[in-house]
Write a protein that binds this ligand. Structure first.
Ligand SMILES: C[S@@+](CC[C@H](N)C(=O)[O-])C[C@H]1O[C@@H](n2cnc3c(N)ncnc32)[C@H](O)[C@@H]1O
Length: 400
């Protein structure tokens, strides 16, 4: 296993468990913006083992403080961690030889101080679940978030909060949007470039959450997963963790960070004083050959006074304030905002290997005077081109 979500997705290894503190930090950030974000709401965690999932634990423990109306959690058939901390007979009922726990739903509408320790918390929820079998329902369709049973629960929910399976992110988001749900979920930053996801971002129906900007976070993994990622540890209880890159919170809940203005310098000041060697000392920002926009290789190098289109890295979204900027498009061929389509081109790899491709149309390109050394480049009609990583095309709403 490698330490990024795309590899997890390719390997269909979906068991990465979110830490309590990461959930707590993110949810609390919404409360700072609007303390009633979750008040009177039905929260649904639809990829979560009741009790073992920290999403369940956080919302159950904070049920009264958040003012929840109801917490619904559904587990997935065969989950390797279901029942490890709190077992219910429904997991194994009629299981025969089968060792894997069946899927269940848990619904909580009230959290009382059952153990009379003067406050309500996860210990009270544990006792409540043990004493109240009718809070649990067996799911006959396996707990798949796409199943009719789970969709019926989704329809009743106001806000969905979870870390869904990485391999099903597109489908997962599509379902939430179809049912017009509010949500706060974890996913890969690369999903910005998916043709099913980017239009939602452009239409301001989906944006980045508040925390995890560096995108490198530790997740718990099942005991049977191999430990060959770059960053991993095993704690004193033998529990395995790996660090995963490219992780973001994705949401359509409003929060304070996205209304903060990004402080920027003018184009002239950037060209004179930028901390980036790629900008400082240049006569001008590069212009793309196939998009009517300039290349801005770093979000903090966006010139405050440029009123045209600018290409920025996808991580710009971590700083995106929809009042400050407008998103115009993305440099992917399916978005159709290129000003030019190249005929078939010759790609020359770093090792000098040549092949005929159409890839130059899938990104912003720039013309270069001579073949660049140690870099992949393209030849079109005898002219040389290089291609940038995927860029978002943006412009200032009110340039300085
Ligand atoms: C990335 S893990 C996260 C688990 C938990 N939400 C957390 O953050 O700790 C995704 C979970 O979704 C479950 N899962 C996989 N496919 C699913 C599906 N089709 N429907 C519902 N859950 C699924 C997996 O068993 C896994 O526990």
């Amino acid at each position: 296993m490698n330490g990024n979500l795309s590899t997890a997705k390719a390997a269909k290894k979906d068991e990465f468990y979110t830490q309590y503190v990461d959930i707590q930090k993110e949810v609390e950030a919404y409360l700072e913006f609007d303390r009633d974000t979750f008040r009177g709401k039905v929260v649904y965690c639809n990829c979560d083992d009741p009790f073992e999932s920290n999403f369940f634990k956080y919302f159950a423990a904070n049920f009264n403080r958040l003012g929840l109306k109801k917490l619904v959690t559904t587990s997935y058939d065969g989950s390797p961690i279901a029942g490890k901390q709190l077992s219910f007979f429904e997991y194994d009922e009629d299981n025969g030889e089968r060792q894997k726990p069946k899927a269940i739903a848990v619904e909580i509408e009230d959290v009382k101080d059952i153990n009379r320790d003067g406050s309500t918390g996860i210990d009270d929820v544990e006792i409540f679940l043990q004493q109240t079998p009718h809070s649990r329902t067996r799911l006959t369709e396996g707990g798949d978030f796409r199943s009719a049973e789970c969709i019926a629960l989704l329809k009743e929910a106001d806000i969905v909060v979870t870390n869904p399976p990485f391999s099903l992110f597109r489908e997962y988001v599509a379902l939430l949007v179809e049912h017009d749900k509010k949500f706060l979920i974890i996913g890969n930053v690369q999903a910005i470039t998916y043709k099913e996801i980017f239009p939602l971002i452009k239409a301001d129906k989906l944006w980045m959450g508040v925390t995890i900007h560096s995108g490198d976070r530790e997740f718990r993994i099942p005991d049977h997963y191999p430990l060959n990622a770059a960053g991993w540890r095993v704690d004193e209880d033998g529990v395995k963790y790996i660090r995963i890159k490219g992780v973001r919170w994705w949401t359509n809940l409003d929060h304070g960070r996205r209304h903060q203005e990004l402080p920027l310098m003018t184009m002239e000041d950037n060209l004179r004083f930028s901390k980036h060697k790629e900008i400082k000392g240049k006569a001008a920002y590069d212009q793309y050959d196939n998009f009517d926009a300039i290349e801005v290789p770093f979000t903090d190098a966006i010139p405050s006074d440029y009123d045209g289109a600018m290409g920025v890295p996808i991580t710009f979204l971590d700083k995106y304030n929809p009042e400050q900027f407008e998103i115009l498009g993305i440099t992917q061929s399916w978005d159709g905002c290129a000003s030019k389509i190249y005929p078939k081109q010759i790609q020359v790899g770093k090792d000098g290997k040549k092949s005929e491709v159409t890839k130059l149309n899938d990104g912003a390109a720039t013309k270069v005077d001579s073949p660049p050394e140690g870099q992949t480049y393209y030849i079109v009609d005898g002219e040389f081109f290089t291609k940038y990583y995927c860029r978002l095309l943006i412009r200032h709403s009110h340039p300085a």
